[in-house]
Write a protein that binds this ligand. Sequence first.
Ligand code: APR
Ligand code: PHB
Length: 402
Amino acid sequence: MRTQVGIVGAGPAGLTLAQLLRAEGIESVVLEARSREHVEHRIRAGVLEQGTVDTLVGAGAGERLRREGIVHHGIRLQFGGERHRVPLSELTGGAAIVIYGQTEIVKDLIAIRLAAGEPLLFEVEDVAVHDLESDLPRITYLHDGRAHELECDLIAGCDGFHGACRAAIPAGVLTEFSREYPYGWLGILAHAAPAHDEVVYCHTDRGFALLSLRSPEVSRLYLQCRPDEDVAGWPDERIWEELEARAGIPGHSLNRGPIAEKSITGMRSYVAEPMRHGRLFLAGDSAHIVPPTGAKGLNLAISDVTLLAEAIAGRHRSGGTALLDAYSDACLRRVWRAEHFSWWMTSMLHRPPDADPFDLRLQQSQLRYVVQSEAMARSLAENYVGLAGAAALTVPGAPAPA
Ligand code: APR
Ligand code: PHB
């Protein structure tokens, strides 16, 4: 079998890329290791930057997002028992964020692709990529018990941090940067009306807590915990009590309700450079990971594939590879900005395991500075809503885009 672009992974990166390419008349095949049921029920983050919304709407995948997405013009920072608003839109000339679960984006994109009859295979096994430095890279895999081979012009590695694509790049090609944090996030999805109208990031002596939401009926709530902690040690009652202890302030107690999902994830920062080897292009979590404080993971993945689709379309139209050659550097500029921002938010808000009162006072002072200084608040705000243009594709020697 032959296709123009072989896409490994049906997360937001792979599915959005396939949809963007289809709009350009470029065919692709998407290969996913897990079942449709599995990918449609993985609970992930849910804060979309304007650029992410624009890409999804522009790709024809924004119908439900526009109907059900909740626009927020600010976030809250809570510390020392007080809640302060960071007015994102006021500070950024009108930019906002949209609350819409990554899981919902994945469902929307899968439905569109299958309705169009375009190839998207689930439960594919033993995916391997070959001949990456040749003009005809290949993907081999097992599906329905049979071995298959897919010849491609290009391969997009959208298979997440533990996928097969980055791992297939020969040793010595990539430079890797990483940091593990001594924190985990215990996340719950609760059928309880959010008692807060905006996302609230809470710094406390007991550790970090985050109040978010998915709809007027569903809250998404997180607690800092140890990265290796067993979720069994967190019965519902303990979670609600700890959330109340960290996030409750007079007049703002939480609404409780049945907990639909409960999980613990570790936190890391990671970047692999470059995001390309021969005809293999990495996008999303396969190339970089951020800790979730700041909600950049999904937005970076969509930003990568927006640039990748543009570069592939450029090659398709003119045969030239200048945009593809510029892909990795363009992505990495934005990736590193988000890496820094996510690391900074994480460090400012979490309680280090060995924290002493000095650490906590420094964090509180930094938080106070952010809410009191317009310059600091604006810096947080413009990073939070996404720095437009931070990742424009530029080709050396060509005029800069307007
Ligand atoms: N073969 C095929 N598919 C694979 C393989 C493989 N060897 N390994 C992993 N996959 C699939 C996974 O099952 C998953 O569906 O690749 C997909 C990768 O999707 P994500 O992990 O969601 O990554 P990405 O699309 O880059 O989106 C990044 O996801 O993890 C969050 O916070 C992150 O929001 C960010 C977003
Ligand atoms: C979420 O709603 O899941 C969420 C919100 C903000 C974050 C991370 C996750 O920083």
